[in-house]
Design a protein around this ligand. Sequence first.
Ligand SMILES: Cc1cc2nc3c(=O)[nH]c(=O)nc-3n(C[C@H](O)[C@H](O)[C@H](O)COP(=O)(O)OP(=O)(O)OC[C@H]3O[C@@H](n4cnc5c(N)ncnc54)[C@H](O)[C@@H]3O)c2cc1C
Length: 393
Amino acid sequence: MTQACDIAVVGAGPVGGTLALALAARGRKVLLVDKADLKPMENPDFDGRAYAIAHGCKPLLQEAGLWERLPFAPCPILDIDVTDGKPGRAPSPLKLHFDHKAVGDDPFGWIIEARSVRVALNAALAESNVIVRAPAEALVSRHAESAIVQVADERFEAKLVVAAEGRQSPLRNQAGISVTRLPYKQTAVIFAVAHEVPHKNVALEHFLPGGPFAVLPMTGTAEYPNISAIVFTESDTNAKLLYGMDDAGLLRAVQARLGNRLGRLELAGRRWLYPLYAMYAARYYDTRLALAGDAAHGVHPIAGQGLNLGLRDAAVLLDLAGAAEDPGAESVLRAYQAKQRPINMAMLLGMDVLDRLFSNNSPPVRLVRDLGLAAVERMPRLKQRFMLAAMGR
Ligand SMILES: Cc1cc2nc3c(=O)[nH]c(=O)nc-3n(C[C@H](O)[C@H](O)[C@H](O)COP(=O)(O)OP(=O)(O)OC[C@H]3O[C@@H](n4cnc5c(N)ncnc54)[C@H](O)[C@@H]3O)c2cc1C
């Protein structure tokens, strides 16, 4: 027997899971398939990974019923410091300082632990009308009028299939949509540090020739009352060395870049290694198929925008496909691509230029960018524009 549904979402990561929940909340019949097991994770261990979620993405997370289910409070980002640095030196006093009060009372966004998002997704899915199949494989065949999704011995017919399977996206490959990859020859080492001095909700982006070094404020836990996530980007070789260092060595490398800003440091949770590359798909749709999130694009994590772009894809698909009589009609998919692809490409290029400009140690380039930082610091209107963009407004 074939079961009819409106939309099949393949990939229950933060983008696919959020989209499925929000579509179901708007009354759509949704199938969600993930190849991985969506474990309940009642007591997940602190794992040191976190997302920066822009202010503009909160309404979607609320509509999906996720925001109020986050088990660990999101940490508001109230101020952002941007500094240019030299290897082994603490941030210079010549910095750009963004204060959220310059654009209102709202924070720029929040740092949310990755485990918190997973727990909220699983809890919300368990209570929703979404038909969840995981761990399972979706075999998809697409036709002019609908798509057939075979999951083990169950057969579903959907008007639209959304590929939200992350960067490797088998559905994107099956549709013959080509992908361009821009390698950075940089790898990010991700971990968390507990510290002596409170972070006061300030995020730091310290630009260094090897790559950006970001310190993101997190909500304290009983074990670690003051804690921050570190995204330590370096050349591939140096990142592997950092990853393999003993705790004392890694902390010395952090302290050399951070100075005494946060006092005494201690590692919390484990380390993660992410080789970095940007990528973009040539198209965002094919017959009865839409790409969303990392399946469609990947940006340098320099400004923590990757997931935010994916959530905005989900918000636009929700508005267009969620309301359409035929959610997989070509006109809907064309409108989705026309709205999202240019915005995502602009963000990808912006992050690329930022990384290339700041991962450069030549004295003239350093001088120009230091003068640039100092000039922007004195331009309140331009700073406001940057701040609103960071908030996703
Ligand atoms: C170092 C680093 C730091 C980052 N920091 C930030 C940040 O601070 N803020 C931010 O906004 N973003 C950040 N990002 C980006 C962010 O992690 C991604 O953009 C985000 O995870 C994408 O979500 P997604 O749901 O599209 O894909 P994924 O998170 O990759 O989820 C894909 C899902 O699809 C499933 N899947 C895969 N293949 C199949 C298949 N064949 N069938 C069924 N299911 C399948 C997987 O099991 C998974 O559940 C960072 C990225 C990196 C590398």
